[in-house]
Ligand binder design. Structure first.
Ligand code: FAD
Length: 371
């Protein structure tokens, strides 16, 4: 892999007056992934990111590469299958960034133990040959052996499963470097501030350098809006009357000492009493506890965990851990914004599908690969 270029050199490349085949707006995992795909297919590709690469949602996740046990529970089979396929691919393509993560679902009723035991067999089957390890129903003793700080009172047992854990920000940066290796260009601190339109179609982007304020125009056959939670803002620069396409939901995490969950096994609660999913996960010799699911009217630039979210996480972790974390035990916290595809009548953000959507107009403009 080549060394990163100095910013001025990247800026010079990004200001090349020749038209691009594709300009991607947004340097999170979706934009970086799209740009790598485009570049690998021979398209001249430019990506612009207004902050730093992955500084949006793509460095603020729970850091799981998972099919989503909760999504299976909600019946989103094709979403789970697709995610399990991606998990296998990521494990193969980036083994230095994706690791196996053993998890246990604690069961405080026999019914839960059977329900998740059967459900996770289906999860194993859906993963097929790319499965990271078979799930197992555990007795009470085996569950406590795996998680010594799990509350034992009323515990009937648990279900052990395997999923993946990844470094989301590093994966994004690796994609950015792969893009350069493929001949593409990615510029950070460069904001798309408007579009160039011709005969009713978008034919380029007005870009502003976040460090100097300098503005320039970059022409392209196709512009990809990969602005995640800010996708509606970017779309409004082209279609001011378009209604909102995404619903914003904030999710927070807190970080505490590994004394609260020693060892390498995570706890997964697929459905708390209010229908959310709760994780306590070993991460770089600490433990991450998350997450919340709070609807917001609009995306903020730098989301932070609210007092209520921190209270929620402490209160729910206390239900499962022998030594519940107190506020003074919190070492840090972060929050990220989910951009959920708006889908009519659904109200609770935890109920909205995590599947993606791609909408496009003027497909005839798609260029032929130029290299
Ligand atoms: C709490 C939480 C937990 C999650 N946990 C997991 C998990 O464990 N595993 C998993 O796989 N997924 C998880 N996700 C989902 C995952 O993080 C997201 O699906 C993913 O990061 C979305 O990436 P993105 O590129 O669409 O958005 P983002 O990463 O937000 O990228 C959008 C980018 O667009 C940029 N931008 C916006 N406007 C402009 C503009 N005008 N010009 C230039 N750039 C612009 C922004 O600065 C931002 O960097 C989680 C999400 C949340 C919120």
């Amino acid at each position: 892999m080549t060394d990163p270029l100095p910013r001025q050199e990247v800026l010079d490349l990004a200001q090349d007056v020749r038209p691009w085949d594709i300009i991607v707006v947004g340097g999170g995992c979706a934009g970086l992934g799209a740009a790598v795909e485009a570049s690998a297919r021979g398209y001249r590709t430019l990506l612009v990111e207004r902050e730093d690469f992955t500084s949006g949602t793509s460095s603020r996740s729970t850091k799981l590469v998972h099919g989503g046990v909760r999504y299976l529970r909600q019946g989103h089979i094709s979403l789970v299958m697709g995610a399990l396929r991606e998990r296998g691919r990521l494990r193969r393509n980036a083994p230095h960034l994706v690791a196996d993560l053993p998890l246990v679902i604690p069961s405080y009723t026999q019914w839960e133990r059977v329900y998740y035991g059967v459900g996770l067999k289906a999860y194993d089957l859906l993963a097929g040959r790319k499965n990271l390890g078979r799930s197992r129903v555990l007795g009470r003793g085996a569950t406590l052996n795996r998680i010594s700080t799990l509350r034992g009172e009323g515990l009937r047992g648990g279900v052990a499963l395997h999923d993946g854990q990844f470094d989301d920000a590093r994966l994004g940066w690796t994609l950015a470097r792969t893009l350069f290796n493929l001949g593409g260009v990615a510029l950070n601190h460069a904001e798309a501030v408007g579009f160039i339109e011709s005969r009713g179609a978008v034919r380029g982007v007005r870009i502003q350098d976040g460090l100097t304020g300098e503005e320039w125009q970059a022409r392209a056959s196709v512009v990809v809006n990969a602005a995640g939670p800010w996708a509606d803002e970017v779309r409004a620069m082209d279609e001011p009357d378009a209604g909102p396409g995404v619903v914003i939901s904030q999710g927070a995490h807190i970080v505490v000492s590994s004394a609260f969950l020693p060892g390498n096994t995570a706890i997964l609660v697929p459905s708390t009493d209010d229908g959310r999913v709760l994780f306590a996960i070993p991460w770089h010799e600490h433990v991450v506890i998350g997450t919340t699911d709070v609807g917001l009217p609009a995306p903020t630039r730098c989301p932070r965990a609210s007092e209520e979210e921190i209270d929620y996480l402490i209160e729910h972790a206390a239900r499962y851990l022998t030594r519940p974390p107190a506020r003074s035990d919190i070492l840090s916290s972060w929050a990220g914004l989910r951009a959920l595809v708006r889908s009519g009548s659904k109200v609770a953000t935890s109920e909205i599908s995590r599947d993606h959507a791609i909408s496009s107009r003027d497909i005839s403009a798609w260029p032929r690969a130029s290299r």
